[in-house]
Ligand binder design. Sequence first.
Ligand code: AAT
Length: 275
Amino acid sequence: MELWFTEYQTSSLGITCKTKKTYHTEKTEYQNLAVIDTEQFGRMLLLDGIIQTTIEDEFVYHEMISHIPLFTHKNPKKALVIGGGDGGSIREIIKHPSIEKAVLCEIDGRVIEVSKQYLPEISCALENEKVEVVVGDGIKYVKEHKNEFDVIMIDSTDPIGPAEGLFAIDFYKSVYEALKEDGIFVAQTESPFFNKDLISRVFKDVKSLFPIARLYTCAIPTYPTGYWCFTMGSKKYDPLETDIDSIPDIDTKYYCPKIHKAAFMLPKFVKNLLK
Ligand code: AAT
């Protein structure tokens, strides 16, 4: 018997995948959590029926949320990931030799445990000695830390439920305060086709707080529209001025020095969202 999974991305559009196996389903304190295996994208982590990451395309998101800010910063030592319980962003951060400590603050401990069990390729660095895992609300964690991090990444679910506050200006203010004087933050900010108002509002908020605000994009086939963006706020370093010739060769599949700058070259309709 053929079994297919559909994520309803909007009320009139979805992505459908032929499945091979259901590894896990549970209702956690925060959300419905599932891991399924699909023909096209391999194992997939679902939260409330929404694709969070898949074995086949996770590299794009995790490399792009991490290496762009880490190589924009000249010497990142301490990094924080909010959300991202699958561990993919942490795995990329650990590839940077300058990193001394990487903290993961994920609200749902079950996402971490289930990722360790079924997505070892993604979660593999969570046991690294440089990594501290905190199970708790990222909003509270960021508020309680001042002047501490070089880079903060908001690797969050879509702006609903517990993640809603992670897209609010008050949260970005506490992110500003949790960063050191030359700190950088990046947030995943959804699809330029479907989330125009959100992208415009977040960019305006970030620009009102940080001297440098930038937006960059990449291609992620399993996220709505396949075209995704990240918003960066930086206190000192401009990613467009990164000396890309000095970026060392690290083990990546999407990110490379040329993409470091090319990702910021925006189509007109995306640029227009930032006016
Ligand atoms: N690495 C790609 C996976 C994610 S998962 C995002 C995580 O954010 C989830 O595990 C969720 O439990 C966690 N989260 C949500 N709200 C909070 C919060 N307030 N504090 C800490 N963690 C939180 C990103 C997927 C993007 C999907 C795009 N469609």
